[in-house]
Design a protein around this ligand. Structure first.
Ligand code: ADP
Length: 561
């Protein structure tokens, strides 16, 4: 498809040079632009910072009519439109608040679009607006009938799919666009999609024969590290002070409170930090972003609301103070580090207990149906699996998850500086057969929690997973003895396991749905989590579900000289 001398290329290079000050195109940009200019549907999968926007901006600028860009977030739209307008490019948004100024603005946009030769080339809109405004609908129809609806661009297209980590119901409604405007080419773009989500995007948007543009998601300059979360604040302080005293970074936190607390601790230690979360007004957020981009603050402590559309090249580290909710989200957040190609570190502090907080968020999310909450839970479990897989290359785990099955550990090890933590460790692992221990574990959950009924719907007593791990390890805490659990058949069976491996066994049973946890809110608003049999318990006990062996760290062998 590399047609270099297509009629619009002169114009394209002129715009690139004069307006964008860009002299060469990156991977897939030219190919995607060519496909779009020749009226093909395009599906563009490009990592964050890869230059997706340019693909649709350029095609729009060279078109005869107008392109509509659908984007999920107001702030994202405002940013892009502001940037384009500051470059004197004919882009507008239709965010429209209730005020009269915005009514005037909307009217003037609609007026322009009804001209014989509209001057506006790029119209940014949220999916909500698109499905709610009749006026907009009639303006688009009129453009379409006059052959001036050039293209429909679906940015952050993974939001269409309920299998994705960021599903938005209003995105799903976009499927009507194809039947409304059958002759208009689509361009769907995303930086994150598993193979399942990719297929779903095409299906939802009814893109039957799109040109695909995908590229490797490997970011060779990022170093991925997972650390057990113990004294997390101390470690973060230590890391920034000793390793990154002058560079910029992001610390992702789970809640507003965490953001504030982490930022306070950093400031107390003399590291200039600012908190960024959904509790701030639009103005405050913009100020916060700018302050960080201009290096007035070194660190931003943010919930996931931060970072979409932010383009700061020299971010040297991204720290996850708590585990992320999905691997897609995680990879995207990490992707904000090292955009300049220089080495950057992504450190995730992992504590299984944090899953309780996330489970609670998932349960309380009133925007989600029961089905989509299950997807959220699966995504969360996938993160647990990633964090607890300490024997396999991080890059291999991540890239395979995104469908790049040919990626190999040797490719990670080829870059010693940015080699992931598991590749960098000298530990060797042994695959431990755990089936009989796991069966004993499950049988004992059955007798202790369910009174031996194998009736997984009705726990009769509440115990935490940790309690069972205490029993398994034979580390008789006072509760274990007072309940008489030091006399049960599980007691001490896992004596030879490292605590950490015993925990991983328990978590594996939960990930496989052999066991389950139900959460309760305690007196002090703390989240308690109790273990019970899961939907696969019987299948497991009867041998229909098998557990993979558990890689456990071999004791360091002493090398005799
Ligand atoms: P994405 O949307 O894929 O995250 P953007 O489109 O925002 O990425 O582009 C990231 C940055 O790279 C922007 O500053 C953009 O101007 C710049 N950029 C895009 N394409 C090129 C290119 N061919 N050459 C140089 N810079 C580019």
């Amino acid at each position: 498809l590399k047609r270099r001398d297509l009629p619009y290329h002169r114009e394209m290079w002129k715009i690139l040079k004069n307006v964008y000050n860009i002299r060469s195109l990156r991977t897939n940009q030219l190919e995607a632009i060519n496909a779009a200019m020749t009226q093909h549907d395009c599906f563009i999968l490009m990592p964050t910072g890869g230059g997706k926007s340019l693909c649709f901006q350029l095609t729009a600028l060279m078109g005869a009519g107008a392109s509509f860009v659908i984007s999920p977030l107001r702030s994202l739209i405002q940013d892009q439109v502001q940037r384009l307008q500051s470059m004197k490019l004919p882009a507008v948004h239709l965010l429209g608040d209730a005020g009269s100024a915005s009514t005037r603005h909307l009217n003037s946009v609609y007026q322009d679009l009804s001209l014989r030769n509209p001057t506006i080339k790029l119209v940014y809109v949220t999916p909500e607006k698109l499905s709610a405004s009749e006026k907009l609908d009639s303006v688009m129809k009129s453009l379409y009938n006059r052959g001036l609806l050039d293209r429909i661009v679906i940015d952050e297209a993974h939001c269409v799919s309920q299998w994705g980590h960021d599903f938005r119901p209003d995105y799903k409604k976009l499927s009507v666009l194809r039947s409304k405007f059958p002759r208009v080419p689509f361009m769907a773009l995303t930086a994150t999609a598993t193979p399942r989500v990719q297929k779903d995007i095409l299906h939802q948007l009814k893109m039957t024969k799109p040109k695909w543009f995908t590229q490797t998601f490997n970011r060779p300059n990022l170093r991925f590290i997972v650390k057990p979360k113990k004294k997390v604040m101390e470690e973060i302080l230590q890391y920034i002070k000793t390793k990154q005293p002058v560079s910029s970074g992001i610390v992702y936190c789970l809640s507003r409170n965490d953001c504030e607390r982490v930022a306070d601790s950093l400031n107390e230690a003399g590291i200039k930090a600012i908190a960024y979360h959904a509790g701030l007004s639009d103005d405050q957020r913009t100020q916060c972003q700018e302050a960080w981009i201009n290096n007035r603050y070194k660190v931003v402590c943010a919930t996931i609301a931060f970072g979409m559309g932010i383009d700061k090249a020299s971010v040297r580290y991204v720290i996850h103070h708590s585990m992320p909710k999905s691997l897609e989200g995680y990879y995207q957040e990490c992707g904000r580090a090292g955009r300049d190609g220089q080495l950057a570190e992504c450190i995730l502090f992992y504590l299984y207990g944090d899953t309780n907080r996330i489970k609670r968020m998932i349960q309380n999310n009133s925007d989600r149906t029961a089905d989509s909450k299950q997807v959220d839970m699966d995504n969360l479990f996938r993160v647990v699996q990633y964090c607890e897989n300490v024997s396999e290359c991080r890059r291999v785990q991540l890239l395979h998850y995104f469908g790049e099955m040919s990626f190999e550990p040797s490719q990670c090890r080829a870059q010693p500086e940015s080699m992931c933590d598991t590749c960098a460790t000298s530990a060797t692992f042994e695959n431990k057969e755990i089936t009989s221990d796991a069966k004993a574990f499950v049988e004992n959950v059955n007798s202790i929690v369910h009174g031996g009924n194998r009736n997984w719907r009705k726990p009769v007593k509440n115990f935490t997973l940790n309690h069972f791990i205490d029993i398994f390890k034979g580390s008789g805490g006072s509760r274990v003895t007072s309940e008489g659990h030091d006399r049960c058949s599980l007691y001490g069976l896992g004596k030879s396991y490292h605590r950490n491996d015993a925990e991983r066994l328990g978590h594996l049973l939960i990930l496989q749905r052999v066991l389950a946890e139900h959460i309760m809110i305690g007196n002090h608003d703390n989240v308690l989590s109790y273990v019970k049999l899961g939907p696969k318990a019987l299948d497991f006990l009867q041998g229909r579900v098998k557990l993979p062996p558990l890689p456990v760290r071999e004791k360091e062998k002493t090398v005799s000289k």
